[in-house]
Design a protein around this ligand. Structure first.
Ligand code: 9D3
Length: 245
């Protein structure tokens, strides 16, 4: 997987991707990350990337041509079998794990981060394949959205997470909220660790965790359970959870 991010703030994207799991994956060349600044693809002496909106109104709009030339530079640097141009914007479809799993099958994702009021719609129509949003709240530009997409997709790339690591756990708990976690000390002033977790009985521990995951999901996010098929054992565990509370 390689990510190419079109951004007026390239340092923000490089810096933000340099930590933890994503940082390691880039360091080890399991994923590639390059940034492309539209300002470097301007022709005028002031290196202008924005202009006033036709029709008037507040704010500025990102110009078509610097973005277009930056995307083409990103496309021609690497000849990838499948590349997609994605505009991160409040008007996009909301990002979900399934959307990201789909996108992780591409070999190159070109992420366009907007600033100001947005970008010239002709660029969105003629260059961008998809438009993605984080959700219904307002942030100041697409860079943080690009960082989230890079982080979430990098976790899905084979070899990035160890085999014994959270990837398997993530898919085992597919579509459910996580169960509660505990670590030492075993006892403190407030409360104790649930006995079953200290029992050493792995089958009971697994059942307890699945029960908690199902129960918490049904209490906090009933919408997630509606669109999910439960096995007979999961139905039984959920019933147990409801009887206990
Ligand atoms: C307050 C300005 N808004 C007027 C209706 C429009 C607006 C323009 C540009 C709102 C936000 C932005 C910048 N946002 C993003 O680039 C962005 C974003 C977001 O704000 N929310 C959710 N997902 C995303 S992805 C990119």
């Amino acid at each position: 997987m390689r990510f190419d991010v079109i951004t007026l703030f390239p340092e923000m994207v490089l810096e933000g991707s340099s930590y933890g799991v994503t940082g390691k994956a880039i360091e080890k060349n399991i994923v590639g990350l390059s940034v492309w600044n539209p300002r470097d693809y301007t022709q005028d002496k002031h290196r202008t990337v924005d202009d006033r909106p036709y029709g008037g109104g507040p704010g500025m709009v990102m110009k078509y041509h610097p973005l277009y030339d930056a995307v083409n530079a990103a496309k021609s640097r690497n000849k990838c079998e499948s590349s997609k141009v994605i505009y991160l914007s409040p008007q996009g479809k909301q990002i979900t794990q399934n959307l990201l799993i789909d996108a992780s099958q591409s070999s190159q994702l070109i992420l366009v981060a907007g600033r100001y009021e947005g970008i010239d719609e002709r660029f969105v129509d003629s260059v961008c394949d998809e438009e993605w949003s984080l959700g219904d709240y307002v942030i100041s530009g697409g860079e943080l959205a690009a960082l989230i997409v890079i982080d979430a997709i990098t976790r899905l790339v084979p070899g990035v997470l160890g085999d014994d690591d959270s990837a398997k756990q993530d898919s085992y708990m597919n579509g459910l909220l996580d169960y509660p976690h505990f670590t030492r000390p075993e006892q403190d002033d407030l409360s104790a660790v649930p006995d079953v977790l200290l029992s050493g009985n792995h089958q009971n521990i697994q059942r307890w965790r699945m029960k908690q995951a199902l129960g918490r999901t049904s209490v906090r996010r009933p919408d997630l359970l509606k669109s999910k098929e439960l096995s007979a054992e999961q139905e039984a565990l959920l019933k147990e959870f409801r009887n206990e509370v």
